[in-house]
Design a protein around this ligand. Sequence first.
Ligand code: LLP
Length: 433
Amino acid sequence: MFVSENLSVNDKNRLVIGKNDTIELAEKFGTPLYVMDEDLIRKNCRTYKNAMDKYYDGKGLVLYANKAFCSLYTCRIAKEEGLGIDVVSGGELYTAIKADFPMDKVCFHGNNKTYDELELAVKNNVGHIIVDNVYELDTLNDIAGKYQKIMKIMFRIKPGIDAHTHSFVQTGQIDSKFGVALENGEAFDIIEKASKLENVKVTGLHCHIGSQIFDIEPFCKAAEVMMGLIGEVKNKIGIEIEELNLGGGYGIMYTEKDDPIEYDKYIEKISVIVKSEAQKHNVKLPFIYMEPGRSIVASAGITLYTVGGVKDIKNVRKYISVDGGMGDNPRYILYQSEYSAVVANKANAEPCEKVTVAGKCCESGDILLKDAMMPKIEVGDTLAVLATGAYNYSMASNYNRIPRPAVVAVSNGEAKIVIKRETYEDLIKNDII
Ligand code: LLP
């Protein structure tokens, strides 16, 4: 009935997440409120991990892509579930360090890592740096030399795959700011150059073709291309690549129009391809990494809002305004992303009218749902927007000086705050008069 499996309705006709009544959560913690179902996050982690064990004999590591929702809390869950993580900035790396995350299971990404960020990674013995470009390669080699270390690196390759997703989140094609291309020989040049440097060791190749992709084909194609490249690197420059990181990007269900594949199927299919391609190209079976972000946390999250103004502009549109918006969820204004919502205090009510749910920012595009069929919504109702666990909190802003909401984690009937609500004082704490 709902887009996420962990939601139900209780006998008071209220939406329930992780055995918690959402109206009680809203009353206790206030709105807007991000609620994360910890049991579902852990279940998703296990689905990937078990698939890696089952289909690839455990010769791989699933990395949680932190950018989907980075916090001490999510790092701790990933650690407890035996996953590695992908970090993409000094801030994400710092969070992982503070969460006592095992650094050998961290891959550091980014197309423009600064000297300071690389130094932080080197000092903390980050497992792999996913090198994006020649400038970064030289800088890293220098820093590693300064600390007398040899850093393991992978190269971000653009495999030339066109994945069917929003153009802002497509990354596998040559016209992308990420990584080095195959078509023009850049990839070979950088691998060859790195092989001659003293303080880096090329262990792997990486690709990530995009995000919110439902089709399994582009992932299979990417695995094939990357295995071909491993073969060519061995033949042409005599380097044996031992590791292959295939990125993330697996789609999830935001509305009933979305049709995701079960997550373990990706690893099942890709394992078969990597194994057969390894034989075909006469190379060692690589240790593989996968980097799901969205599919681990998105469905586990909902956002609770309180309905304020209801504005019915006859023959034009009916606006329902809530106490959050693009500050806590900028995905509509950025990508026109579609969401599903439930009126949490009358969760079984039938949809009866078309409404547009707007946020409270001073911006006309500040919309959460456009022209959605909803039950009758009244001032004071609690609206739950579903599947907001990924790229909501992590992309939140203080636009209009609106404090970021708290994050509450629920598990088996218990609820605890894992990130405090920002206060007005927090908003001005770095202002200097
Ligand atoms: N690995 C790399 C190198 C990535 O760049 C990304 C996402 C992932 C893994 C995780 O992809 P996922 O499994 O979450 O799709 N803000 C956008 C999504 C941007 C994705 C950026 N990279 C959104 O809200 O849709």
